[in-house]
Design a protein around this ligand. Structure first.
Ligand code: WTA
Length: 641
């Protein structure tokens, strides 16, 4: 039986009796208790360390929320200082392994010292409360130090994924008006070095706000160092005081901005604040991952994404967890790297993405079988729907049929996990992210805001505010209102299609907006299209997400050329490279089809459904709205070629 209802599930999976016996949350009554949402979240917030307690739990002037307003808190203090009294001071905060096998460990005391020193460096370089700091770094402990140092002095950080191009970095620096960038000389990637500092130099060519750049020496790459502007991390950290009192920030002060793709070419700066965010991520991390003091917890996400923010940094460190952090990729030097690491460090909890799991499946079970994975006790999945086959493989071959799987649905905007099992009590169904977390209200609605019947497809709505919710889009309240709250006033539109079954379980289908989810990374069709039309050969471009066995979705682009350009394989290759250079390798289209015309309605709107049919090799559906049949005839020849 499950906690949520009266149905007994068919073919569900339960945690073992042994797991349940020790589970942190073993009483399904938590769902009922949390029906009093504000009391539940206030009780959770009270487990954090506050300089001053809040006046109100929630002020809700839809769509603007204030959580724990009047409270004074510091995120870095909660991640560090409060663990220093007692035995946790010497507990490992971060266990790090680099791509080349170099290792480092930082205890909570050591991480605290490093963060305080770097916070003093930032202050000395003129960073003040409220200044946005851009972080463009590899997956190394200094990235966490940089984030926490910003939090310590009340300077919001904007972490930009290290795989983004100089153009993408520039847009994000400009939008945030950053005065300072923290980077590294380079980043190891499958035996090569990505030139991060060189990318920063290129990005800064058209940026006027940035006054200082701090560079961590990660690879020894030969780089250009500007005498006035650039500082080596190891130089500025010399002789700095490790005493740096944490700024008493307001609960509603911005903790960070994180850019994510939306339906236009311009990425959205999602704004997260401090008190509510920390309450949400600490609670979900502790309850969903069943955190115990001796866990070695590994979240494979990069710090450039929300999963890295919430479940590699803020959630686990607030909970005093030992975090394993890995710089490299699963296939370097061999395809068993992850399993070697699990066994070497005794990882107990592994949180990764369905794309990775499908890749491991393709490589074959002999890779995990070479290693002892018996330390694992709980597995997690995030970023895209996990197909039941991949779920079963993860369960059998990684979890040894012993580890529950928490399939966690959430978004950059939600800040925290929203729909998920609680491993000690929720019966799992492969492919379903199960039920809303206690204190979270989610429903499936139709366009006009009516709940749909069981098993009917509709849109995911969050119907009550939650503590880690985004507060706005940086500098653009209107876009925030229109994008998320315009459909159903007072209720949040997530942009995902889904259904709920008779047991109240959620089944996420995928994005319903113009966002493609490639290997769990969000990429806007408009971003790829605007990169394409910047190329001199391109007259018009349209992109769609095409189903892909491993990546979930792959980008397929349809392009019409300008007069005088001739279609060729070389040009297609050039256009793919152009997109990768403009945005980053993750946005490189898998396919580009050159076509004389795109299928449009009479009013000139591109009919993407037809493009999807073509790309996925289906018969083309209804064409009655087409302005000109010839476009489809031309596209048909692509399909047959
Ligand atoms: C998708 C990542 C199905 C979804 C944390 C969402 C999922 C988008 C799941 C957000 C899941 C995330 N099952 N789909 N468990 N988790 N998604 O902002 O489409 O990078 O809207 O946040 O990923 O992606 P984002």
């Amino acid at each position: 039986m499950i906690s949520t209802g009266t149905h007994s599930l068919q073919n569900g999976f339960n945690a073992s009796e042994e797991f349940k016996k020790k589970a942190l949350i073993s009483d399904p009554g938590i769902y009922e208790t949390a029906e009093d949402r504000l009391a539940f979240w206030a009780e959770r917030a009270a487990t954090l360390s506050w300089f001053k307690t809040w006046d109100t739990v929630l002020e809700w002037n839809p769509p603007f929320a204030k959580w724990f307003d009047g409270g004074k808190i510091n995120a870095a203090y909660n991640c560090l200082d409060r663990h220093l009294e007692g035995s946790r001071a010497d507990k490992k905060a971060i266990i790090f392994e680099g791509e080349n096998g170099d290792t480092r460990e930082l205890t909570y005391q050591e991480l605290y010292d490093e963060v305080c020193k770097f916070a003093n460096v930032l202050r000395t370089l003129g960073v003040k409360k409220g200044d946005v700091v851009t972080i463009y770094m590899p997956m190394i402990p200094e990235a966490v130090v940089a984030m926490l140092a910003c939090a310590r002095i009340g300077a919001p950080h904007s972490v930009v994924f290290g795989g983004f191009s100089p153009d993408a970095l520039r847009d994000r620096i400009n939008d945030a008006h950053s005065k300072i960038v923290i980077t590294a000389d380079g980043s190891y990637r499958r035996g090569k070095i990505l030139p991060l500092k060189e990318n920063v130099d290129e990005a800064l060519q058209n940026v006027t706000t940035v006054e200082k750049v701090i560079i961590v020496n990660r690879t020894g790459l030969d780089i250009n160092v500007c005498s006035e502007r650039d500082f080596w991390y190891h130089d500025v950290m010399k002789d700095v005081s490790p005493v740096c009192p944490a700024e008493e920030t307001d609960a509603e002060d911005i903790l960070f901005i994180l850019y994510t793709s939306g339906t236009t070419g311009k990425p959205k700066g999602v704004v997260h604040t401090t008190g509510g965010y920390l309450t949400g991520v600490a609670t979900t991390h502790e309850y969903i991952f069943d955190i115990k003091d001796d866990d070695v917890y590994w979240c494979t996400a990069d710090i450039g994404w929300i999963t890295g923010h919430s479940y590699l940094v803020y959630g686990p460190l607030t909970n005093g967890t030992t975090v394993f952090m890995f710089e490299g990729t699963p296939d370097y030097p061999e395809k068993d790297r992850y399993w070697e690491l699990v066994s070497k460090y005794g990882v107990t909890i592994l949180y990764t993405a369905p794309t990775a799991i499908r890749t491991f499946m393709k490589w074959g079970q002999h890779y995990p079988e070479k290693h002892n994975l018996s330390s694992l006790r709980l597995l997690g999945s995030v970023g895209e729907p996990i197909n039941p086959e991949a779920w079963m493989w993860y369960y059998n071959h990684i979890g040894g049929e012993r580890c529950p799987i928490v399939d966690t649905w959430w978004q950059t905007e939600t800040g925290m996990i929203m729909i998920t099992p609680l491993p000690g009590i929720t019966e799992m169904k492969p492919g379903s992210c199960t039920v809303p977390f206690p204190g979270i209200k989610a429903e499936i609605l139709n366009r006009s805001g009516q709940p749909v019947a069981h098993d009917e497809v509709g849109y995911v709505a969050i119907t009550e505010p939650w503590p880690a919710m985004l507060r706005t889009i940086y500098g653009d309240d209107k876009r925030y209102k229109d994008t998320y709250w315009g459909n159903w006033p007072g209720r949040y539109f997530a942009g995902d299609g889904a259904k709920v079954d008779g047991d109240g379980y959620f089944w996420i289908i995928g994005r319903v907006d113009d966002v493609i989810n490639v290997s769990g990374h969000r990429i806007g069709t408009a971003e790829v299209e605007s990169a394409l039309v910047e190329h001199s050969a391109v007259a018009e471009a349209a992109c769609i997400g095409k189903n892909h066995d491993v990546k979930g979705q792959a980008i397929a682009a349809f392009v019409t050329l300008r007069e005088g350009y001739v279609a060729s394989d070389i040009l297609v290759q050039e256009l793919k490279n152009h997109v990768a250079a403009k945005i980053g390798a993750i946005a490189r289209p898998d396919e580009i089809h050159l076509t004389p015309e795109l299928p449009k309605t009479r009013s000139g709107k591109i009919i993407r459904r037809i493009l999807r049919d073509i790309a996925e090799g289906r018969p083309i559906g209804d064409t009655t709205t087409l302005a000109d049949e010839s476009a489809v005839i031309a596209l048909q020849s692509i399909k047959n070629s």
